[in-house]
Write a protein that binds this ligand. Sequence first.
Ligand code: FAD
Length: 495
Amino acid sequence: MSYDYDVIVVGSGAGGGSVAYKLTKAGLKVALLDTGSAYNSDQFNRFELDAIRKLWWKPQWTTNFELNGGKSVDEINLGGGRVVGGGTTIFTAVAHRAPNENFDDWSNATGLKNENSEPFSYRDVESHYDRVEGETGVRKYTDWDLGVQRLKEGYSKLGIEIEAVNAYIDQNCDHNGCIFGCPTGSKKGSLLSYIIPGIYDGLTLYQNSFVEEVLIRKSSSGKPLEAYGVKYSNNGEIKQITAKIVIVSAGALQTPQLLLKSKIRELADYSGSSMRIGENMAVNTNTFVFGKFKETLNNWLIHPLSAHVTEFSLEKNGGFILEMSEIMDGPLGFSEVILDNDSRPMIGKELTNALKHYKNMAGVLIAIHDHNDGRIFIDEGGNVKYHKPVTGSDRDKFSRARKLVDEAFYAAGAEETYGAIYISHHPQGTCAAGEDRNKSVVDSNLESHDVGRLFACDASVFPSIIDANPSLTIYAMADILADYLAKRCGYLKPQ
Ligand SMILES: Cc1cc2nc3c(=O)[nH]c(=O)nc-3n(C[C@H](O)[C@H](O)[C@H](O)COP(=O)(O)OP(=O)(O)OC[C@H]3O[C@@H](n4cnc5c(N)ncnc54)[C@H](O)[C@@H]3O)c2cc1C
């Protein structure tokens, strides 16, 4: 059979955008499909409502109450990018490596191995981190807004040092608003670092193209099944293209949905690995604490997450990271997430009063080490459900972190603090990689256990939760996959 492409990549976020570029660079003929549109930097305008409509998935929530007999229970808002560049077009650009311990957790969770069939460890990812940091221009971000400066004073009275974050942001950053797309081009997401350079090298981008199904057929060599293309919809028309290799990089929420819609479970006769699709979800559950100061801080003036406290990040040290100073990038989002002191949404005068003080607010994002106890599934009516409990141990982490953040705020001179709803922008683990077929969906090379020539490359392949913002680790895993595939296809990836 002759194929349209060597490789089809579905989804252009951290995993898909970077792997598509690298395989194009290696000389392969690559198609990159995304359901979102592509924008130039000058089309991003920091207009909050417009950006939410064009660049984000419609609001999605966990549906925990349905699995709790309809009883009220904590829910998590799940946000992500539906745009070329995926989450990295709207992310806040913090670029951190996961700690060594997380990779030991990976090999313990699913039996993930390196290329020499040894347990996967930090050593296997280190040189890939080095490479992707170079490609994306990671630097220490030391331009701190007034909120961070005040919080630094507060934390240091408690004996805690805050550090500048590493970020994919060059010196031209002039404003907050990352989550509405970066109009200055200073934020280097997948679009600027990989997809645009890839197009210059011959990468074909299909925007506004929603992949409905991976095409799978019986195979007479290797695994009994193999992928050979995708069916996608564009402007109301259903089309298909073929390739020798299909890489699904639709993100940890969408990749399992696409694999389930492609009927892998049925075709693989409900194998152990096919039953793991959509299981094992962690989301790094987040919330905010906002502190109101007398002083005007105008915290929207520079990059929102420029400092952090990581000493509590590992489970054994507390299991939370604090990032600051985050007041949501716009007043609408701020008004949607803020809660009163009884953890209820505010209305009327109370809300107006809090909003009047938006310019006096600093914020701390609390991200916890939750567990891989969530799942995505399609119910009998064909509806997608996201189940991710907020457990007692999660709540303990949040309350310890909240106490610390409150102390820091008051020590820094804040007059009042407010909590916020639970959100997540870091879903992961829903198509875990590993050698144990009853615990993973793809193998250590990220190829499906059930379907040959079908790979996953995004946050879904993390075997267990990591204690860092995920994108740098996704980029590093994509770099490992690009090396592997370039070799397997007989190409050499340029260094
Ligand atoms: C507001 C926000 C702030 C964040 N801040 C940070 C941060 O500071 N640092 C950090 O490391 N991480 C951050 N993240 C998380 C980071 O952006 C994600 O972890 C990362 O982008 C995930 O990469 P991915 O390849 O798994 O998927 P994504 O980036 O989500 O990409 C998936 C792509 O697939 C496309 N797609 C999905 N389904 C289909 C389909 N069926 N057909 C075609 N296309 C499809 C989507 O449109 C999307 O473009 C943030 C995320 C958000 C939303």
